[in-house]
Design a protein around this ligand. Sequence first.
Ligand code: GDP
Ligand code: MG
Length: 182
Amino acid sequence: MAYYDDQSEDYLFKVVLIGDSAVGKSNLLSRYARNEFNNNSKATIGVEFQTQSMEIEGKEVKAQIWDTAGQERFRAVTSAYYRGAVGALIVYDISRRGTFENVGRWLEELKVHSDSSVVVMLVGNKSDLAHVREVTVEEGTALAEQHNMSFIETSALESVNVINAFQTVLREIHKIVSRKAL
Ligand code: GDP
Ligand code: MG
């Protein structure tokens, strides 16, 4: 959903968080939206989203950021979840190689369910666990380049690069959408 309100001249973008279970999607969102971190993974049923605003070129840009809320555990992320998304963050855990190896599957699923112009960012979370790292920065960078995505490593725990990750996606979407509106 890329929605432009003529009257207030504001934007509303739908952005989805995807990636394997327990990579830190919910904590990235709670860190970004509320500056909170939770040690316990809550496997709530159903989907949730948070609305968060930022200013770009003097306009308010609102992001409706959707979190899978545990559906991915059963590989049951619905098409409704993806519908209308203009941005996606595909998250893996740098300390669990399997979550990186599954990035391709998430990309495929995203492609099936959304527009080809969707802005995608690859996020290697848990950078604070560098001492037990199973995926190098170079591997993340290379995979992102291969699929034309931006790449960033984050730590929801230590609050590193989290705002940066979301804002990079929103700026890229804004760039595309405002160009289209011309
Ligand atoms: P989700 O299933 O992808 O939504 O993952 P959660 O946000 O529920 O996090 C799964 C587990 O990883 C929880 O125990 C979190 O405390 C932990 N976690 C999330 N982000 C980080 C991080 O940046 N660093 C570390 N060390 N642990 C994290
Ligand atoms: Mg979650």
